[in-house]
Design a binder for this molecule. Sequence first.
Ligand code: 9MR
Ligand code: ZN
Length: 581
Amino acid sequence: MRYLSLILLLVPTLAKSANNTQLAKVEPRVAVDQVGYLTGHQKVAIVVGLTEPATFVVKRLPGGERVFEGRTQMKATPREDLLAGADVSHADFSAVKSTGRYVVEVAGAAVSVPFDIGPNVYKRAFKLAMRSFYGQRCGTNVDMGPEFPQYRYDACHLKGAYHASSGKTGDHPSVKGWHDAGDYGRYIVNSGLTTGTLLWAWEFYGDKIKAIPLDIPESKNAVPDFLDEIRWNLDWMMTMQDKDGGVFHKQTTERFSGFVMPEKDTMPSVVIGTGSAPFKGTCATGDFAAVMAIASRVYKPYDLKFSAAALAAAEKAWAWAADHPNVTYRNPPGVSTGAYGDPDCSDERMWAAAELWRTTATAKYRDAYLEGSARLEAVMSSPPKAQSWPNVGNMAVWAMALGQPKPGQKELSLAMGGSAAFYGMNLNLPWKISMNPDDYVWGSNSVAANQAMFLLVSHRIMKSTEDGRKMPLDFRQGAAENLHYLLGRNVFSTSWVTHVGTNWFKHPHHRPSGADGIDEPWPGLLSGGPNRRAQDAPMRKLPDGLPPMRMWVDETESYASNENAINWNAALVFVLAGMLN
Ligand code: 9MR
Ligand code: ZN
């Protein structure tokens, strides 16, 4: 007994010293954004593992001509670096401005992978990240050729039916939609923020997005590819609305399939409800209303009929949500796919109100927003939080700000306050990102991306006011810093987007990637990223107790750190779109 408690006492200490040895052993590495840097932006490589300043050179490829020389600056010791527990230095080569391909070499230490500098370096990354949605399509055969010719599957999940928990019986012809993630479920709540984010990307950056073809089956029609792709999911979402306006939470199999191709998952795909009246949920219905309200605006120039149908669906959903202010969802007995259970649906209703106000200018929606806004603002003010599937309050506030000729003072200060805090971190912290140790949750890479989106949206809101235009802050630069982290400037020196950069991760928890017999994974997928809690039971691939940024493994089984998901990819698409020229 005494020994046992002694051992238990020692375990954490042992783990810690083991970690420290491991941390100390990091070979010097030069972590860069493996895609590159925009011409006018700050350009910093993060050097890990140097204990004193060193000389570095920037060489232009292919010849190796030395175009810049500088000295690294120490930023943190392992003790000071709360994110990765490493020696962190910066090599700042912002002065390099000619378009080209380069490497950064640190004397006696290491050399980076090659990267580009130029005015439009993120175009391919944007295309692959967005095209990955095509690779998530349900209900049709998918073929990622010509660039990725063997990546294909046949039409899947064509049969739909009502589950007992929906209060209905019989078939439900529900096709289309995107598979949520590495699994084949389709979930309205997660589709909500995903589809809303993508539609916003279009509203913000449509002019630049338009110029980038996605090579999808609809590429030859008159509608921009980006909107064709989103429509695939909107059409499915429409089928999830009940006659009374409420929207069912999800359509999945009762449990997750094995690692098989989608067409080999032959369990019935069922519409799942809350298990008792009213069967639909408020979070799903609120998200749906918000998304359809945006869709009504976005598709108006291309498809009047659909635009009107989307608005009617949104208004009906809104009315249902107003009558059922907080019907929450938990998996009914026998169902073990993702829950996306959110205990508080007020932010979803607010987002719906704000988007409907923006689309229709009808006073009742503005009034509904104003009624709930004090609570929302209290939640949103310091510390600022990135939007996430259960937390769409930011979208509500921003929609309100963007929907008026001049944003209200409150919305403005919320957006600016949050961004100033994030931006300050981007400027000052050793890793130049706006991530706190607490931000390393399941899907932390989407926190980085959504914080970047926060900065980009605030940038737009700021520039819409006269005072804001005069402000010298460049929130776009802050957003780019978080993007650099995702594209390789992290402790692993790994790009967290498949087929993007040089040293990109190889083993997403993604069923088609695991089951297709091809070595390399599907393109354009963002890894969920480090998760400070080792939540990947029972396989337990994640280490214990390392600093948060190191809690990631490139292993298929690590679903809690290395899955892909549509909401995470959507935030990435938004940020990449914001960086297009
Ligand atoms: O992204 C979700 C994360 O916030 C939750 O902590 C986690 C556990 O509930 O679930 C994540 O979502 C998963 C969903 O439930 C099912 N499809 C895969 C999603 C990504 O891992
Ligand atoms: Zn499917």
